[in-house]
Design a protein. Structure first.
Lengths: 1007, 223
């Protein structure tokens, strides 16, 4: 145990007095192993247990003399063992609190006596006896320690020939064995830890650079390398520092702290001595704790950094571009991870002492080595031997690589993208009996031929593999590697057995990740080519389970899995010939089903959707949709539903006449199938033709009737979603009324989860474009819950609610109710909502409100600060907001008094006018807005307003109006034809001003 | 695995000599074909194959049969079996009349199970291979015998033995439904039906599925 103790046990770095063992998982494992060894020693090796140590092991014990029973002579403060050496000295002597023990047998018994305190005793013993081997065997054996060959010991011992030295030799050998065992253990432990490497550090720094610069919003003022030269290995540290695992040095200037000079090493990130004044040399000495990476370090050092970091996140969230999104995500992920990590660490370490010397660095070096590749045990031992006592955090930098992987992924959904904390079974937790049984089975898997392997696999399958303890036990005893290796063999039976287990345990998110990490996916993808159908099925099913997170989905694609999975779908088709017997049919169907299942999982990544399409998946899926097997239909429709978010899929779905089948399956009994079908319709019904198809195939009725079952919320959300999208077509909205869906929808306005509400309200909003439906909603008492929903916070929901309220407000009678319910004020306050979509939607909804309210002028004036708010919105740079606000203003401006107020609110009239004109011109650039203006009859009052203020005489305004060319002028021209004299006049005046100006410009140009 | 192989009949039809050339020395009548899952032409071909193998192997002892060594050689070269003990057992399972030699009828019958056997037939065949002392049960000792080479040598002989004993226990626990310490056919059938992986639980005694497809080509090569 000598080497293991000195090298791999993690000692605290207190440089004086007795050092204590840190409480780290590794140490705990080592201690446990030692305790186990010593405890069983007396039974296993009774002969050697009597061997008397050269020097006694001495330490301070917490045991009470009274704990000793038979075999001991106990007095109040002392205990002597009855067992004595040949000189009559007792082998155990306790004089409170000091204890001396001189044989392994006595050690064994002591541990048995100590019961639950045996770990403490063992720790105390080892802390007090830093070199137990020397004490046990004598100094000459200790010198042998450095070269691990047992031959040396043998030599040594065979020299003296008395029988005692034979026992001594045996003891020596046993200790050696234990030592080796311990080393292996710690090796396993350490090799689990992954540390920083140049790439991750570089990425971190690049990322931070991206968000650095002047100004309050950035996370840092600056971040720079101290050296521009990058070695070919990606390090920037000078070679003699690279030996210590250092990667590069960075000068960081946060907003609130002075410049920090930071060392990034494989070990982690820490503050160094900084650049020395005179020569610009770096003082490499460590001045701070080691942090697991740069971001954590900076968060700790700079409050501003962590604040802006989180702000950065929020801001980023608003950006639509996917790329930006991704970046934010990595930020977020990292932070979260860090926080977790930090908490964990803090808990674990308590007050960790500072100041590590070389130890740290040499360890980091070995760790770096370890991360590289597998090594032979011999090499590992060599590495371990170079370890010296260290004080680095027990929980080492966790895989920076993992973070890497998350970042580079792109997918729309993020369920389960959270990396779950990697839970290994706690060393001190009592391992369940399954653990040991599974460990044994894995041993047979490793060391057995095909027959033994199959038996072991079969037996393993009998465990409750749905239980996490079993799943993790398989992993922790190294079973996953073996199972995956088996997939690479030629033995069909082994592959089947292994896949059956993998299929079960891959329900566990951690195991999924482990499988991907161990390279399980490429092998499984290859199996998809196998001629064995059952193998194909199992592989596809396992892939379906594993591909629940991005990295896995990407791996499937990269290894050509999508094409192969799509090919599986073909199975059923080719064998659907009548000549084949039904048995084989069923098998082919099963293959296709598993393929579809895997595709369903994979189709959650956008790139995979495209890959499926390119592999010709759509016609195959369409074909499979014609079958009547429910368990086949669910994954097929599920895949289609996921993919229908893509435009070209929707087109294909239309072309392949898939809608018909979707509608048909809505009538199925299976809730999941209904849900998936409704989801698919929801996705596809963006398109008018599709909406019509749904109606023509009679899909509206089942949708409406599904509304009545509200227990299954997921399905309800899907169904209401489908209804929403379908009701965008007027004919469909009418149909829904016939099917009495409107009443049901109104009933769903309360007590539903948000996902459902969004869709319900959306559907009502669309339906209420029709007069009858509006009346119906009012009569069913839908207005009250709708207005109530105006106080929500969900952005999508608000957009839909405002739209629905706006649609209802078209009806004067409904408007009265809305007004009474204070709806207008609520709408108005939504103009302050940070989301432009909500703002715009609220403003659009206000238009009909103002139009239809009885005394609109008065109503608007009552809203304190309301007019000011709306005028200010004119400064928005969002076109939709501008358009809607203009529409509102034109409506408000119909009331003379309000017009005056608005004018007052403008800092001066000209400014307001300019804004208005600008707003109009900008909005008119966008075709839809022009139409909207027309629809909301906004143009006429606006032009009138312009005229009344002689707006168009202002050169700037003319230019702005003129600039949008056709838009405004055309409308103005149209208005000249209006029956309203004033309007005619105003419009004509406007145009004449514009023309005059244009002529003037032309003239100026030619002269 | 038991999917009918379209190549099978094709191969045989290629192998098939002109019918007039075909002289059948065995007393197989046409009605006998109903025993087998092979087509008539296939049976004829198998018989021809049998004779050529007999000729090749050893004509001295008897004209109509394959002795154990010759049969084992075939099992090894054609069906890729390696375990001597199991090959002996397969031989005995083929050799229905216990005359230590496989005649043409036994050959065709055996191969019919080997290559085209239904699941039930294979089940029965495997059980026959695994129990040999004639009492209709697979005993614990027999299992131990069959599994004794299944673990690679561990650090010590004891440990290996212990491992094998453990495996025996596992299989017994799994398959011995009536808890009488041995596996009856009913036990075996029940266990295998529950999980087909257990069909060849005590060692490979059927051709591998992929060999099943390939071996006819191999057989052709032995001509």
């Amino acid at each position: 145990m000598g080497v293991a103790l000195t090298r791999s046990a993690q000692w605290t770095a207190a440089g004086y007095g007795t050092r204590t063992l840190e409480i780290t998982p590794l140490n705990e494992v080592i201690l446990k192993e030692i305790v186990m060894f010593v405890e069983s020693f007396i039974y296993k090796h009774p002969q050697e247990a009597k061997y008397v140590f050269v020097e006694p092991l001495e330490w301070k014990t917490n045991l009470d003399p009274s704990a000793f029973e038979s075999g001991y002579i106990v007095s109040e403060t002392t205990v002597k063992s009855e067992e004595v050496d040949k000189d009559g000295q007792p082998l155990l002597f306790l004089s409170v609190p000091h204890i001396k023990i001189r044989s392994l047998g006595q050690l064994s018994r002591l541990l048995l006596i100590a019961k639950d305190r045996k770990l403490k005793e063992a720790q105390a013993c080892i802390e007090a006896n830093r070199d137990p081997v020397t004490k046990i065997l004598g100094l000459d054996y200790n010198t042998v320690k450095e070269d691990t060959s047992t031959v040396n010991i043998l030599d040594k011992i065979t020299k003296d020939e008395d029988p005692e030295s034979e026992i001594k030799m045996k003891v020596g050998m046993l200790l050696k064995q234990l030592d080796l065992h311990l080393l292996n253990h710690s090796l396993k432990h350490i090799s689990l830890q992954i540390c920083l490497n140049p790439t991750t550090v570089k990425n971190d720094i690049e990322l931070l650079k991206h968000f650095s610069g002047k100004g309050e919003q950035t996370v840092l003022e600056s971040i720079d390398y101290t050296s521009d030269y990058e070695f070919s290995n990606g390090c920037r540290a000078p070679p003699w520092r690279q030996i210590h695992g250092e990667i590069c040095y960075v000068l960081v200037k946060p907003h609130d702290v002075e410049t920090l000079c930071v060392t990034c090493s494989t070990e982690g990130v820490f503050l160094n001595g900084g650049k020395t004044e005179d020569e610009g040399e770096i003082n490499y000495e460590r001045k701070s704790e080691i942090y697991k990476d740069l971001v954590t370090f900076l968060k700790e050092k700079s409050a501003k950094f962590s604040e802006n970091m989180s702000k950065q996140r929020k801001r980023e969230e608003r950006k639509k571009e996917r790329k930006e999104k991704e970046k934010k995500k990595r930020e977020k992920k990292k932070n979260e991870k860090k926080k977790r990590e930090k908490k964990k660490r803090k808990k674990k370490k308590g007050e960790k002492k500072k100041g590590v010397g070389e130890g740290n660095k040499s360890k980091s070096k070995t760790k770096q080595n370890k991360t590289k590749q597998k090594r032979t045990t011999g090499e590992y031992l060599l590495i371990l031997c170079t370890l010296s006592p260290l004080a680095s955090p027990g929980s080492c930098p966790k895989s920076a690589e993992k973070i890497e992987e998350i970042l580079s992924d792109s997918s729309s959904e993020n369920e389960e993208d959270e990396e779950p904390p990697d839970r290994r079974q706690e060393a001190n937790a009592d391992l369940p009996s399954e653990y040991w049984q599974i460990q044994k089975l894995v041993k047979y898997l490793k060391g057995g031929n095909q027959t033994a392997t199959v038996i072991a696999l079969r037996s393993m399958k009998d465990f409750n593999l749905a239980q996490e303890t079993c799943q993790l036990a398989i992993r922790d005893v190294g079973g996953l590697e073996v199972l995956i290796n088996l997939l690479d063999t030629d033995e069909v039976k082994c592959k089947i057995g292994s896949l059956k287990i993998l299929k079960e345990i891959s329900h566990n998110p951690q195991i999924r990740r482990n499988i991907v990490d161990l390279g399980g996916l490429p092998v499984m993808v290859n199996i998809l080519d196998s001629p064995h159908k059952s193998l194909k099925c199992l592989a596809a099913e396992t892939i379906a389970n594993v591909a629940k997170f991005r990295r896995a989905r990407r791996a499937v694609r990269h290894h050509g899995g999508i094409t192969k999975l799509v090919a599986l779908l073909d199975c059923a088709q080719s064998s659907a010939k009548p000549a084949q017997s039904s048995l084989y049919d069923a098998r082919d169907v099963e293959v296709a089903r598993c393929g579809a299942l895997a595709l369903w999982s994979c189709s959650k990544s956008n790139a995979n959707k495209e890959a499926i399409r390119q592999a010709g998946g759509i016609p195959l899926l369409a074909h499979l949709l014609k079958t009547s097997h429910e368990n086949m239909l669910i994954p097929v429709v599920g895949t289609l539903q996921e993919c229908a978010s893509e435009e070209n899929y929707r087109a294909a779905i239309k072309a392949e006449r898939i809608i018909e089948n979707l509608v048909k399956n809505l009538n199925s009994e299976n809730e999941q199938l209904q849900e998936q079908c409704a989801m698919a319709i929801y996705q596809c019904a963006e398109d008018k033709e599709t909406r019509d198809l749904v109606r023509l195939h009679g899909g509206l009725k089942p949708l409406a009737s599904l509304l009545n079952n509200t227990d299954n919320k997921e399905r309800l959300a899907a169904v209401t979603g489908a209804i929403w999208k379908c009701s965008i077509s007027k004919e469909n909205a009418t149909k829904f009324r016939e099917y009495e869906a409107i009443e049901t929808l109104v009933g769903l306005l309360t007590d539903q989860p948000e996902e459902v509400l969004v869709n319900v309200v959306g559907a009502l909003g669309e339906c209420c474009q029709e007069y009858e439906n509006r009346v119906l909603v009012r009569k069913c008492g839908g207005l009250q819950p709708l207005v109530n929903l105006l106080v929500g916070i969900n952005q999508t929901l608000l957009v839909n609610v405002t739209k629905a309220v706006g649609a209802c407000a078209v009806e004067p009678e409904s408007m009265m109710i809305i007004d009474r319910l204070d709806g207008v004020r609520l709408l108005w306050s939504l103009l302050k909502n940070p989301h432009p979509d909500v703002k715009a939607s609220a403003a659009w909804a206000l238009c009909p409100c103002i139009q239809n309210a009885k005394d609109a002028g008065e109503m608007v004036r009552c809203l304190v600060g309301g007019l000011e708010l709306i005028v200010n919105l004119l400064k928005s740079d969002n076109k939709e907001v501008l358009a809607s606000v203009c529409a509102v203003i034109t409506n408000i401006a119909k009331d003379q008094e309000n017009l005056a107020v608005i004018t007052d609110h403008g800092v001066n009239n000209d400014k307001l006018r300019r804004h208005l004109a600008e707003a109009i011109s900008r909005c008119c650039m966008w075709g839809r807005n022009r139409v909207a203006f027309g629809e909301y009859k906004a143009v006429a009052p606006l032009v009138r307003y312009l005229k009344s203020n002689d707006l168009s005489e202002d050169v700037d305004n003319c230019i702005t109006i003129h600039e949008n060319g056709n838009g405004a002028v055309k409308l103005l021209l149209g208005m000249i034809g209006s029956s309203d004299h004033d309007l005619q006049e105003a419009a004509a005046g406007c145009i004449s001003n514009i023309r005059r100006l244009a002529l003037a410009i032309d003239k100026a140009r030619y002269t | 695995m038991s999917k009918p192989n379209p190549f099978l009949s094709l191969e045989f039809s290629i192998l098939l000599p002109p019918t007039h050339f075909f002289l059948d020395p065995t007393p197989l009548s046409h009605t006998d074909f109903s025993f087998f899952t092979f087509k008539k032409s296939e049976v004829e071909c198998l018989i021809r194959l049998f004779h050529s193998l007999v000729e090749r192997a050893n004509v001295r002892l008897n004209n109509f049969g394959l002795d154990r060594n010759a049969f084992r050689a075939i099992l090894h070269s054609v069906f890729g079996m390696t375990d001597d003990m199991l090959m002996n057992r397969v031989f005995f399972a083929f050799d229905k009349d216990n005359d230590n030699c496989i005649n043409a009828k036994e050959w065709v019958k055996g191969l019919s199970v080997f290559l085209r056997g239904t699941f039930e037939e294979k089940l029965k065949f495997c059980f026959e291979v695994y129990y040999l002392n004639g009492d209709g049960y697979i005993s614990q000792e027999e299992i131990f015998d069959m599994l004794k080479n299944s673990l690679h040598q561990q650090s010590s002989e004891e440990e290996t033995d212990e491992g094998i004993r453990e495996l025996v226990d596992i299989t017994l626990k799994k398959m011995d439904y009536d808890n009488d310490g041995k596996i009856s056919f009913a036990d075996f059938e029940k266990a295998v039906k529950e999980d087909k992986l257990l069909l060849e639980v005590f060692g490979p005694c059927l051709p591998e599925a992929k060999v099943e497809c390939q071996q006819l080509k191999l057989v052709k090569g032995t001509f």
